[in-house]
Design a protein around this ligand. Structure first.
Ligand code: DGL
Length: 277
């Protein structure tokens, strides 16, 4: 890893545009870092695909980012982190960070009752990755899980304040009323956009953990330890965005998620992406 330097960009990838929530958290915390984001908009969603497929996609994107000379890769997608992180860490010789561990660590710290709930896509929940990460930190933790597959399309449709979302959440989260967790991990890139409604549904006593925000803090610590933080004396970091399909829709939704226009947006043909191993 000694070919890395602080001026290189951080690579971030997701199955689509949800990972922009992680980009936003990194920009807020590390405004001088250059970022290269890859959203696999041609092959989204990952949340309903097999492990084997998600691992293959994650390797292709990581190879693409590595070719762009990034100094670190952030797997912003919970599903890809849950199923592909270990395999990526074994294959690439740069630091690779996922969202599962930072989110689990924050939840363990905040749960006094030792009762943590996790919501995510079907694949993330099926993988058991959050449960394993939480139990590795504290074997006494009770972990309750709930897949919420309808939430991603609702967020992408920009319906966060519609009554339909509240109804869907009430149904998904009803079992937590009896199980009484005191921390709830938002284990999907899209759920931070529903934070206030989720808080209303579960009540004020449940602490919500945003895995993306926790990951941004982890990225800061790791870069600091490796002396790879971009010095704060330069201009603000530059941000480049790559997608595998439909950049117009991406631009519109991502700039809404990010709260500002995208600096640079490029499309990578799927055949090109598939040529990476
Ligand atoms: N980015 C995915 C995640 O965080 C959600 C969207 C998808 O299913 O691909 O799990």
């Amino acid at each position: 890893m000694n070919d890395l330097n602080s001026e290189q960009a951080i690579g971030v990838f997701d199955s689509g545009l949800g990972g922009i929530s992680v980009v936003r958290a990194i920009i807020d915390l590390l405004p001088h870092e250059h970022l290269i984001y890859f959203g696999d908009t041609a092959r989204v969603p990952y949340g309903s695909k097999s492990e084997e497929t998600v691992i293959r996609f994650a390797h292709q994107i990581s190879s693409f980012l590595r070719e762009k000379q990034v100094k670190m890769i952030v797997v912003a997608c919970n599903t890809a982190s849950a199923v592909a992180l270990k395999s990526l860490q074994q294959s690439f010789r740069i630091p690779i960070v996922g969202v599962i561990e930072p989110g689990s660590e924050a939840a363990v710290k905040s749960s006094e009752q030792k009762r943590i709930a996790v919501i995510g896509t079907a694949s993330t929940i099926r993988s058991g990755a959050y449960r394993a990460a939480i139990r590795a930190l504290d074997p006494e933790m009770e972990v309750m899980v709930q897949p919420c597959p309808l939430l991603v399309p609702l967020v992408e449709e920009d319906w966060p304040h519609d009554g339909v979302v509240t109804q869907v959440l009430e149904k998904y989260l009803s079992s937590f009323k009896e199980q009484k967790p005191d921390a709830l991990i938002l284990g999907c890139t899209h759920y931070p956009y529903l934070k206030s409604i989720i808080q209303e549904v579960v009540g004020p006593s449940v602490h919500l953990v945003d895995s993306g925000e926790e990951t941004a803090t982890r990225v800061q610590h790791m870069l600091d330890e490796m002396e790879l933080l971009n010095p704060e004396n330069g201009d603000p970091g530059k941000h480049k965005f790559y997608v595998s399909d439909f950049p117009q829709k991406f631009e519109e939704t991502a700039s809404r998620f990010l709260g500002r226009p995208l600096d640079k947006l490029f499309k990578v043909e799927l055949e090109v992406l598939e040529s990476y191993k």
